[in-house]
Ligand binder design. Structure first.
Ligand code: ADP
Ligand code: 5GP
Length: 185
């Protein structure tokens, strides 16, 4: 990977607040940080746009990209494929901007284990009950999907100490300030 821009890897369980925090960050630092839009085989939610939130592939398209070695990392998360495009990341880093990844714990750990240089940040919930409440309140997934995500969260949280930085997203403002301090201090 090129060294002009920095790779910022943000991970943590579904519903912890990654999208909320990162949207704020990208809005405030438009000229410094660029988001790497992942590919997924998951169906788009009603509020999501192709090419903005994700590149929505069919499972077949996704598998073809795996064969063509297009991903820096990919994983099956909650039953769907998700992957980071090597090409997109390289393009951002070459431009001198920082490249931001919002990926699951397996993906983040994979990059770390493969010595991909970056700033590794784990966002954790104040508790599992609060995480479940956030997923329910977000109302984007059926209850069985939410329960699957909460179950996965318990496993994912076991990896948090491997990360360089851990932020507990309790009060949003405080968590956001911690995130900015990590990236820009
Ligand atoms: P993720 O991207 O990690 O799946 P989201 O950013 O979609 O999580 O957040 C899940 C839900 O929790 C959203 O409805 C969001 O508004 C809410 N949320 C995020 N951070 C906080 C916080 N600190 N306190 C209360 N609710 C939050
Ligand atoms: P959601 O379906 O809620 O958008 O995302 C589910 C999980 O997939 C989240 O934890 C998110 O961080 C993760 N994810 C999104 N894109 C990628 C990716 O490119 N690679 C990996 N490994 N995980 C991803």
């Amino acid at each position: 990977m090129n060294d002009k821009g920095r790779l910022i890897i943000v991970t943590g369980p579904s519903g912890v607040g990654k999208t909320t925090l990162l949207k704020r960050l990208l809005e405030e630092y438009k000229d410094k940080i660029c988001f790497s839009v992942s590919h997924t085989s998951r169906k788009a939610r009603s509020n999501e746009l192709n090419g903005i939130d994700y590149i929505f592939d069919t499972e077949e398209e996704f598998k073809n990209r795996i064969k063509s070695n297009e991903f820096l990392e990919y994983a099956v998360v909650h039953g769907n494929y998700y992957g980071t495009s090597k090409h997109q990341v390289q393009k951002v880093l070459d431009s001198g901007m920082d490249c931001l990844l919002d990926i699951d714990v397996q993906g983040g750990t994979y990059l770390m284990m493969n010595n991909i240089k970056g700033i590794y940040i784990f966002i954790a919930p104040p508790s599992i009950d609060i995480l479940r409440e956030r997923l329910l309140k977000r109302s984007t997934d059926p209850v069985d999907v939410i329960e699957k995500r909460v179950k996965n969260a318990e496993k994912e949280l076991q990896f948090k100490d491997k990360y360089q930085y851990i932020i507990i997203n309790d009060k949003l403002k405080k968590a956001y300030n911690e995130l900015k301090n990590i990236i820009f201090d």
